[in-house]
Ligand binder design. Structure first.
Ligand code: PLP
Length: 453
């Protein structure tokens, strides 16, 4: 009765993000979470689920991590909040800035703190434009992003997002943000015969003119768009293109950062150094709302010469409690050698994927980088043939896994694309991976019986 009451209040008062409102009003919440422990979460009905996607790819150290809770508690008892505006500062923000810079690749030298990924990407775009502005290149304003990317929900980050479903709500887009039509293809290497050349990054630079372009933003591994791992040479080619044309390269590390891909940052897998890097999510494992933008030495040295007010910032920029949690989170990542676990569990997950694709012919393109994993479901994987649109294969698998108490995520925004995403907390163990694979295995068997005749 109490739960029904809660569901009634939920439907009445709470407008949910990224949810189908009409369905929500009819059906109420799918699950109301109550508590968590490691890779498991328990709902208000006392049913326990495996969190196979770390909620929103962020609960990297798993649920119920007491040390993170303690760090927040202690900081809240000392100084819960203080401003970072007008020259004010706090110790935890300073120490976290130093720590994050020490982990970042190349000459990334300073951090601007935000409260999440969208704010980080908006800040990255503004900083890129501001850098060119300060250099007297006021026309360099345009930002190029990639097809199938996800960069956030604010106007600018949403405009950069290359998934149409996220544009319905925007009202209008930032006209200086251009989405490349290409998707991780060879045209960036200069191959004009590539069928994807039209609308690829290189083509956009040629058409718009480098003098109008401030930055290119990429995710080293696209998450929400369907776990697309940058192919070998791709990020290097983008970086070279940036250098040739005096364009800044932004790496969106909101999902990839802080160990998700088996290296500290996603881009470290390719040894490319971006000019700007945006982070969020894994910086606190989701225990506090925090993001940041790292800038290279040249950008830092340029911006710090500015002698008027830097008219940008958020009330929660450098939030002491969030930063205390971030510091503790990184301390645990290093102390417990979490990256090592990620690399070991990547192998276990791939073993599981091999088993699934041997047994189920519709499982295609199994892939993982660290613990950012996915697979496609196809009618015929040998000919790359998608399912008929009426067969919502990825949604079916995700729904069925949910009934069996495993939370996964579908990426099926595009016609014919059926991708299942898996990204468990980085502390997952072998038995828990096996448990996940067994559940997926059972749902794939059901899928064949139910949807494929
Ligand atoms: N960038 C990437 C790659 C993301 O996956 C997300 C969120 O999923 C964002 C940015 C936006 O972050 P936030 O939701 O914290 O604003």
């Amino acid at each position: 009765l109490q739960i029904e009451n809660l569901n009634g209040l939920d439907k009445k008062y709470y407008l949910h993000p990224t949810t189908v409102p009409k369905k929500f009003i009819e059906e109420g919440p799918k699950i109301t979470f109550h508590k968590g422990d490691g890779v498991y979460v328990t709902d208000v009905k006392d049913d326990t689920y495996i969190d196979g996607v770390s909620m929103l790819w962020n609960v990297n150290l798993g649920h119920g991590q007491k040390e993170l809770a303690k760090a927040a508690y202690e900081q809240m008892n000392t100084l819960a909040y203080s401003s970072s505006f007008y020259g004010y500062s706090n110790e935890k923000a300073v120490r976290l800035a130093e720590k994050v810079v020490s982990l970042a690749p190349g000459d990334l030298s300073a951090v601007f703190f935000t409260s999440g990924g969208s704010e980080s990407n908006d800040t990255a775009f503004k900083l890129a434009r501001f850098y060119w502005h300060l250099n007297g290149r006021k026309n360099k304003k345009k930002i190029i992003s990639i097809n199938r990317s996800y960069h956030g929900a604010t106007i600018a980050a949403g405009s950069a997002t290359g998934i149409d479903a996220f544009h319905n709500f925007a009202g209008s887009k930032d006209i200086d943000i251009i989405q490349a039509k290409s998707h991780l293809t060879n045209c960036e290497l200069g191959d004009k015969s590539d069928p994807n050349y039209e609308g690829c990054i290189r083509d956009i630079i040629e058409k718009e003119g480098a003098e109008s372009i401030a930055a290119i933003i990429v995710e080293p591994v696209q998450g929400a768009g369907g776990i697309h791992i940058s192919p070998e040479g791709y990020l290097r080619a983008v970086k070279d293109l940036c250098e040739e044309n005096e364009i800044l390269m932004i790496s969106d590390e909101v999902i990839c950062g802080f160990g998700r891909t088996g290296k500290m940052f996603g881009i470290d897998n390719w040894e490319v150094v971006p000019d700007i890097m945006s982070v969020a999510k894994g910086i606190t494992s989701g225990y506090a709302q925090l993001g940041g933008v790292l800038i290279n030495k040249d950008i830092r040295d340029t911006v710090i010469q500015y002698d008027q007010i830097l008219g940008h910032g958020f009330t929660y920029s450098g939030h002491p409690t969030a930063c205390a949690v971030g510091l503790k989170n990184i301390e645990i990542l290093e102390r417990d050698n979490i990256l090592n676990n990620v690399n070991n569990m990547e192998k276990e997950l791939m073993k599981g994927f091999d088993y699934l694709s041997d047994k189920h012919p519709h499982v295609a393109k199994t892939r993982t980088l660290g613990l950012l994993a996915g697979f496609d479901l196809q009618a015929d994987r040998d000919t790359d043939k998608p399912f008929d649109e009426s067969i919502r294969a990825a949604s079916f698998i995700v729904e069925e896994c949910f009934k069996r108490k495993l939370i996964l995520r579908a990426a099926d925004f595009e016609k014919g694309k059926n991708i299942v995403a898996i990204a468990p907390p980085l502390i997952v163990n072998k038995e828990e991976i096996e448990e996940m694979i067994n559940i997926i295995d059972a749902t794939l068997t059901d899928f064949k019986k139910t949807l494929i005749k």
